[in-house]
Design a protein around this ligand. Structure first.
Ligand code: NDP
Ligand code: HSE
Length: 438
C-alpha cells in the first residue's frame, strides 16, 4: 500500500522533532499504523534557517496555504502555533477534506468548538494529544481508558516551563529571568513566554482537560487564572516547614453546583507523588469514581516528547482512514449531541483550603483578633507558624493554614484582617489542596 502523505505546517521545535521521530522510527511506526507515513511537504517562514531535522525529500515552502491546498496530502499537521493563522489554516484543511493533527492548545481551547463541528460535518479527524502535557498521552487516557468512570476531579502540573522555573529556583536558588531564558533555549517556552509564567498556557490546557473529563463545551474564557510570578522564596520555605510544596496546578472539579476550573499556585502535601514532579516534567492526577485516583507522568515539553504525542496522533488517524467517521472516538470524549452545559462556578463559590501570610505588630492580642475574624466566618485553622522579629521595631510574620472554606468567605475575612491596624500590607493567600479524596 502507498504511504500516507503528510504536510507539516511549522518546522520549529515540535515540527523538527516530529520529522526526526518519524524518520528514526519509521519502520516500527509503519508496522503499527499498517502503512508507511511520509512527510512530503512542509511550510516555515524562513527556508534558510538551520533546522534540528533533515529536510531531504520534503518540498519546502514559505506559503502554508500551498500545504493545506495540496490534493496529494491526506493529513495536515499544524505546528505553527497562535490562534489566528493557525485557525485559518486548520479550517481550510478541514474544508479541503484533510485530517488534522495539532499541538496547539491555544487554538483548541479558543476555537475547538467551531473546529470540531466543522470536522464532524466533513467527516475528518482533528487530533490534539500533544496540546496537553507534552508527551503524556493524557487525552487518550481520559477519553478512552477512563470512559467507564464519572470523573470527579483532576489536578495537573501542565506547564513544563513553569515547573522548570519553580524547581530551579527552589533547588539551585536560580534567578527567575535566567531560568526562563534557559527554558526558551531548550525550546520549552511558548513564543510569548508570558503565556507560560502567567498561567495562560495552563489555562488553555485545563480548558481541554475539563471538557473531555466532564463532557462540557470548551470554555477558555471561564477559567480562573493566576501565574507563578508572585511566588516568593519565603513562601516556598514556609510551605516546606509546614510539610507542603508549592506547585502551579490546573484544577477541574465537578461539584453538586457546577464545575470549578482554575489555574493557580497551590500548596500540596509533600508526600503526594505529584508534589515531587520536578523540572520540565508534567503530571496529571485524575480521580474517577470507579478507578479512584490515577496519575500520569512524563515530559511536558520539548521536541521529541511532544513529537511522540504528535506521531501517536498521526498513527491514530492513519489507522482510522478507512473507518466510518460516525464510529470514531468523539473529539471531546462525549458524543457531540451529548455535551452538557453544566455551569462553571465563579471563584467566590469554589471551595478550597488556604495558606495565609501576614505581617503583624509584635504585641499581645493580634493573633486573637485574626483568629476571631476567621472564626466569625466559619473558617477553622489547621496550623499556625509565627516568626518572631529578629530586631526591635521589626514586624512578626504569621503564616497559617486553614481548613476548606468557600472562597467568597475567605475574601471577606482577608479584607477584615487587612483592615486591622496591627496588620500591615496585603495578605499573601495561596490555595491549598490535599488531593486525597472526592
Ligand atoms: P516554534 O516557534 O519552534 O516553531 C514554529 C514554526 O512555525 C517555525 O518553524 C516557524 O517558521 C513556523 N511558522 C510560524 N509562522 C509561520 C508562517 N506565517 N508561515 C509559515 N511558517 C510559520 O514553535 P514550537 O515548535 O515550540 O511550537 C509549535 C506548536 O506546538 C505551538 O502551538 C506550541 O504551543 C505547541 N507545543 C509546543 C511544545 C514545545 O515543547 N515547544 C510542546 C507542546 C506543544 P520558522 O522556523 O521559519 O520561523
Ligand atoms: N510552553 C509549554 C510548556 C509547551 O512549557 O508546557 C508544552 O505545551
Amino acid at each position: 500500500m502507498e504511504p500516507v502523505k503528510v504536510g507539516l505546517l511549522g518546522m520549529g521545535t515540535v515540527g523538527g522533532g516530529t520529522v526526526n521521530v518519524l524518520h528514526r522510527n519509521g519502520e516500527e511506526i509503519a508496522r503499527r499504523a499498517g502503512r508507511g507515513i511520509e512527510i512530503t511537504h512542509a511550510a516555515s517562514r524562513d527556508l534558510n534557517k538551520p533546522r534540528i531535522c533533515s529536510t531531504e525529500g520534503i518540498t519546502l515552502t514559505t506559503n502554508p496555504n500551498e500545504v493545506v491546498e495540496n490534493s496529494e496530502l491526506q493529513i495536515v499537521v499544524e505546528l505553527i502555533g497562535g490562534d489566528t493563522l493557525a485557525r485559518d489554516l486548520v479550517m481550510k484543511a478541514i474544508a479541503n477534506g484533510k485530517h488534522v493533527v495539532t499541538a496547539n492548545k491555544a487554538l483548541i481551547a479558543k476555537h475547538g468548538n467551531e473546529i470540531f463541528a466543522a470536522a464532524q460535518k466533513k467527516g475528518v479527524m482533528v487530533a490534539f494529544e500533544a496540546a496537553v502535557a507534552g508527551g503524556i498521552p493524557i487525552i487518550k487516557a481520559i477519553r478512552e481508558g477512563l470512559a467507564g468512570n464519572r470523573i470527579e476531579w483532576l489536578a495537573g502540573i501542565i506547564n513544563g516551563t513553569g515547573n522548570f522555573i519553580l524547581t530551579e529556583m527552589r533547588d539551585k536558588g536560580s534567578n527567575f529571568e535566567d531560568v526562563l531564558a534557559e527554558a526558551q533555549r531548550l525550546g520549552y517556552a511558548e513564543a510569548d513566554p508570558t503565556f507560560d509564567v502567567e498561567g495562560i498556557d495552563a489555562a488553555h490546557k485545563l480548558t481541554i482537560l475539563a471538557s473531555i473529563a466532564f463532557g462540557i463545551p470548551l470554555q477558555f474564557e471561564k477559567v480562573y487564572n493566576e501565574g507563578i510570578t508572585r511566588i516568593t522564596r519565603e513562601d516556598v520555605e514556609s510551605a516546606e516547614q509546614l510539610g507542603y510544596r508549592i506547585k502551579h496546578l490546573g484544577i477541574a472539579k465537578k461539584t453538586a453546583n457546577g464545575v470549578e476550573m482554575r489555574v493557580h499556585p497551590t500548596l500540596i502535601p509533600e508526600r503526594r507523588l505529584i508534589a515531587n514532579v520536578d523540572g520540565v516534567m508534567n503530571a496529571v492526577l485524575v480521580y474517577g469514581d470507579a478507578v479512584g485516583p490515577t496519575l500520569y507522568y512524563g515530559a511536558g515539553a520539548g521536541a521529541e516528547p511532544t513529537a511522540s504525542a504528535v506521531v501517536g496522533d498521526i498513527v491514530d488517524v492513519v489507522r482510522t482512514l478507512t473507518s466510518d467517521p460516525e464510529n470514531r472516538v468523539p473529539h471531546l470524549a462525549f458524543q457531540p449531541d451529548a455535551i452538557s452545559d453544566i455551569p462553571v462556578l465563579p471563584m467566590d463559590e469554589i471551595q478550597t483550603a488556604y495558606y495565609l501570610k501576614m505581617r503583624a505588630q509584635d504585641k499581645p492580642g493580634v493573633l486573637a483578633d485574626v483568629t476571631r475574624i476567621l472564626g466569625d466566618r466559619g473558617i477553622s485553622i489547621e496550623a499556625v507558624l509565627q516568626k518572631e522579629p529578629t530586631s526591635a521595631g521589626e514586624q512578626a510574620t504569621i503564616t497559617m493554614l486553614t481548613h476548606v472554606v468557600m472562597e467568597g468567605s475567605m475574601n471577606q475575612a482577608i479584607a477584615d484582617i487587612e483592615a486591622l491596624k496591627s496588620i500591615s500590607g496585603p495578605i499573601t493567600r495561596i490555595r491549598l489542596e490535599h488531593l486525597n479524596k472526592k
